[in-house]
Design a binder for this molecule. Sequence first.
Ligand code: ZN
Length: 382
Amino acid sequence: MAGATVKADYYEILQVTKTSSDSEIKTAYRKLAMQFHPDRNPGDHTAEEKFKECSEAYGVLSDPQKRAAYDRYGHDAFGGGRGAPQGGGFPGGFSGDPQDLGDIFGDIFGEMFGGGGGARKGSRAQRGRDLRYDMTLEFEEAVFGKEQDIRIKRSEACDDCNGTGSANGKQPATCSQCRGAGQVRYQQGFFSVARACPKCEGSGVTITDPCKTCHGESRVQREHTITVKVPAGVEDGTRIRYQGEGEAGKLGGPSGDLYVVLSVKAHKFFQRDGDDLHCVVPVSFPQAALGDELEIETLEGSALLKVPEGTQSGKTFRIKSKGVPHLNSHGKGDLIVEVRVQTPGKLSKQQKELLRQLADTMKVDNAPTSHGIMDRVKDIFS
Ligand code: ZN
């Protein structure tokens, strides 16, 4: 078509007549589009031009209003036709909107590749967005669980228009740019690429008489209270999903989900390792050497821990079932107590004297050793 000064007649291009019906025009276009489709004629410039020509003709003749205007004014109906800026984006001056080309391409691709139609049929409804709520828990709340009401701001279907976005029960109009397909196709080299229609954002419809309450959005922002049940045994970073409690979908689409994301504060002396708890308990040298019974604070009251005679610093003891409940099952982890022998920093005169007497009775070989030092120290007392 480059350099052509006289535009060919749209009816001639599609090999139909002025009296042809819509379906005859569609059939004719489909036949030609399949014949000249760039995917079928790679590198063939003439075929590409033919394809564009057919698409342009069909773009006008498939639209009753444009067809009427064309019948009356010819190519002048479209501001000189070629080169006029259009939303379609076909390079080379395709002056018709891509409209239901989406559908027809879907059919063509279906036939060409044996699939069930390459184009997504315009689904009006859109799923709502997921929401995230961050909740901070005390250490004990994560261990024992908690129930808390939270208030979230989210979009919900507008009551006044039943989520349609239109006032007075009016139906939304088919989008004029994509003609309800929800997507437009672009010619990119030899490929046609689908993209969500920029005018209706993929919904395929436009609201002509918007609801006063939601301004045509079909949804309104509202506060909503949800009772969050934190089960016992959750960890830092656990996400609780509430299906369908996110933002409402657009035009009747399903709601998104709400995710409550937990962050758990540290405890002043317990540390978690899975469902086990760890803590460190200081003991004096005489307690470790002679043995003792200690009262250990746990998350559920106190527990007795028997430290046997000759306990080395760093030795760990396990107190059964005093840890964190297993999430979603029975039982609990353990409490693991590490005993650390404290060396006194300040001593009275009397204590120093007693220790000197003691020191005279225990001599340790201070030669360096690599491993097994603990065993050797133990030997001294046994
Ligand atoms: Zn509304």
